[in-house]
Design a protein. Structure first.
Length: 400
């Protein structure tokens, strides 16, 4: 069965104070075209539909228009969406019951994770299990529905638990509870697909994501091995984790550190015991590029005509600072968003060379070194480093 897997739309997002709604509207037009061309059985939206928990009226209107046109284009299409950590689950749930009658399933409550959306087409069936982004207490303090009981049909009653479970707080505990509730009710008479918004251990983060300290929010990717496919959201880079889980990645790059990573819409063919993915490339309204050179070179009339329609970050290599360079550069780069100057950049020894990209630092410890280098121009002393590592270790212990 064919499904389209999309995640991290972040409707309403701005980049360097630039409103990206026109870019996002163009992106959704591309998604509608793909749905018309491929005619999938389901569209999966794996969280972070909006960039803010209280979306702007314009972002809401754009999403509403997209849903209307997607349903009108194919009334048999099942649309399943979950909230991510940027979304407000309570607000997203408004009208969910009415929308479900039109085939738009907004699954916002963790307690509903063991109630699958059954999709049937051409004699095949697929159960979609939706697990929204989980927060402390998502499952409350009550019976653990997945703690006991054999696997059965989704229509069968959930197994009862004799003991009350404590309030679950960490991502690892919450995700394991959700998976346990789901697998206790899974049927092997149809394919099973998990739709979730989480940070799976082994995944690579990007600079534009909202992340926490160390491994505090990570979940075990092996928990998803019992599904035929796991459609994930949260990490903005398209990538596989574990044996059956995949991040679609954000269709648009939301940071200049992400300009070289593949973007598009993920088309997935899945069935019992199998899946095959195809990342369909998408050409954005304004591609993102990084440019490096001297001010004289880049401000010369007619420089880089190939980038007139691109969002650009420029790094000036001049050894001395250039005063107010943006106005002169915008003649060649109308969509210039950021100007960096090598003259203002410090390494650990205080020389004017480029720092490693913050988005590629890879750990809280590396960020600590970068922060000290930027703010003080030196590496932290041994006492400060030891204290930071002690606090980091304590934070990670509390999260596990």
């Amino acid at each position: 069965m064919l499904v389209v897997h999309v995640a991290d739309l972040h409707l309403g997002k701005t980049l360097h104070e630039r409103d990206l709604l026109p870019d996002q509207a163009y992106m959704l037009e591309g998604l509608l075209a793909l749905l018309r061309d491929r005619r999938p059985a389901a569209l999966l939206l794996a969280g972070d539909l909006f960039d803010r928990s209280i979306p702007s009226p314009e972002a809401l209107s754009l999403f509403n228009s997209f849903l209307e046109r997607a349903v009108a284009g194919d009334p048999s299409l099942a649309i399943v969406a979950i909230p991510g950590n940027h979304d407000s689950a309570a607000r997203l749930s408004f009208g969910a019951g009415l929308l479900a009658r039109a085939g738009v399933h907004l699954r916002t409550r963790a307690s509903e994770c063991d109630q699958p959306i059954r999709v049937e087409r051409d004699g095949e069936s697929l159960d979609i299990w939706a697990l929204p982004f989980l927060t402390p207490g998502s499952f409350g303090a009550g019976p653990s529905g997945g703690a006991t009981g054999p696997r059965g049909d989704p229509e069968s009653p959930a197994p009862a638990a004799e003991e009350q479970s404590p309030v679950l707080r960490s991502q690892a505990e919450l995700f394991a509870e959700g998976i346990a509730r789901i697998t206790a009710r899974m049927s092997r008479r149809s394919a099973n697909l998990l739709l979730a918004h989480c940070f799976a251990a082994g995944g690579t983060a990007s600079a534009s994501e909202r992340v926490f300290v160390g491994s505090a929010e990570q979940v075990d990717a092996r928990l998803m091995d019992s599904f035929d496919y796991a459609a994930l959201g949260h990490l903005h880079r398209h990538q596989f984790v574990g044996s059956r889980a995949c991040y679609a990645g954000s269709p648009l790059a939301y940071s200049f550190s992400e300009v070289d990573t593949p973007r598009g819409f993920l088309v997935v063919e899945t069935g019992q015991g199998r899946f095959k993915t195809d990342l369909v490339p998408f050409s954005p309204l304004h591609p993102m590029h990084r440019v490096e050179g001297s001010f004289a070179e880049l401000s010369q009339i007619g420089a880089r005509p190939d980038l007139r329609e691109a969002y650009v970050e420029i790094r000036l290599t001049d050894p001395l600072p250039v005063v107010n360079p943006a106005d002169a550069l915008k003649g060649n780069f109308p969509y210039l968003l950021s100007v960096r100057q090598a003259a203002f950049e410090l390494t650990h020894d205080g020389s004017g060379s480029e720092l490693p990209d913050r988005g590629s630092a890879g750990s809280a410890a590396a960020d600590f070194l970068l922060f000290n280098a930027e703010m003080r121009g030196t590496e932290p002393d041994e006492i400060s480093t030891a204290l930071f590592m002690e606090l980091l270790a304590e934070a990670e212990r509390e999260a596990t």
